[in-house]
Design a protein. Structure first.
Length: 280
């Protein structure tokens, strides 16, 4: 690496550290999401991924709880801070409504409950140039979810994340309709390929396997004041001048992330409406 490249790398590293982001741009951050949404006009498709191994041999499927709730007319997934021992305004609303003894309140409380998701680090075989990505999908209490399609492969094939003898997963996507008539993408099947190295290039395989990016670098955790506003039925907006979240009654600036530099981009999966198979 020459002097120019070294200075450029140093500048980018320090710029990202100052803004609280590990990415040089919003575009680079967006590349770290792996999604299973079919493009418009497409009714079926296959995607191929490789689940990356963990450094300590633990499960690659991280369990994380998110609230699914509408903010400003859009479905969003908000990290539940309760799992970190912090105050959770949306859970407080849930508990308050669930404890009134009124059936209508119990029904409303369901929309404030957080649900379990799995997040797994993968290589998207169709876009290997993007490096490791994170795939978030829902837990299904009926044992009809994505995890229930992946587990049998682990059970019969062993450790499919092995760098030398692991296996790619082939996801079959198809367009279907919910009971309410809304179209959405479902994963109809998950198949495994023959054993193969993570990469034919040992250096590339080592780089992917040792990558230090974690899911929380990609999926944002909204601060308490943001969650408080949502719990109160308000729409949070990012006030760029004062660098803080305010309700719509206080400001009409654009909604975004909690970065001091610029709003964070939207999670491509954020607008997925809650599926009907979730336990309530």
């Amino acid at each position: 690496m020459g002097t120019f490249e070294s200075v450029q790398a140093q500048y980018e590293k320090n710029k990202n550290a100052a803004s609280g982001s590990k990415f040089a741009s919003q575009e680079e951050r967006m590349k770290k999401y792996f999604t299973t949404v079919l493009p418009k006009g497409v009714t079926e498709e296959e995607r191929r991924i490789r689940i990356l191994p963990t450094k300590d041999g633990s499960t690659p499927f991280v369990e994380v709880y998110f609230h699914e709730i509408q903010v400003d007319g859009k479905w969003v997934k908000l990290f539940d801070p309760k799992q970190e021992g912090k105050r959770s305004p949306l859970n407080e609303v849930h508990d308050s409504l669930a404890g009134t003894g009124i059936e209508a309140d119990k029904e409303l409380a369901k929309s404030y409950r957080s649900r379990k998701f799995f997040i797994v680090k993968v290589i998207d075989r169709d876009h290997e140039q993007d490096g490791p990505k994170f795939w978030r999908f829902k837990f299904n209490a009926k044992q009809e979810g994505i995890m229930d399609k992946i587990w049998p492969i682990f059970r019969t094939r062993g450790d499919i994340t092995d760098v030398e003898k692991g296996r790619d997963l082939i996801l079959s996507l198809s367009l279907t309709k919910s009971g309410k008539g809304k179209e959405y993408t479902q994963i109809s099947s998950v198949l495994d390929s023959d054993p193969s190295p993570l990469s034919k290039d040992p250096e590339q395989a080592k780089k992917w396997a040792e990558d230090t990016l974690v899911w929380s670098d990609v999926y944002t955790k909204k601060p308490e004041e943001y969650l408080e506003m949502v719990a109160n039925g308000e729409t949070p907006k990012w006030d760029k001048d004062n660098k803080k979240w305010v309700s719509t009654s206080q400001s009409e600036t654009i909604i975004g992330g909690d970065s001091a530099e610029e709003p964070l981009p939207e999670d491509p999966q954020a607008s997925d409406e809650p599926e009907e198979d979730l336990p309530f």
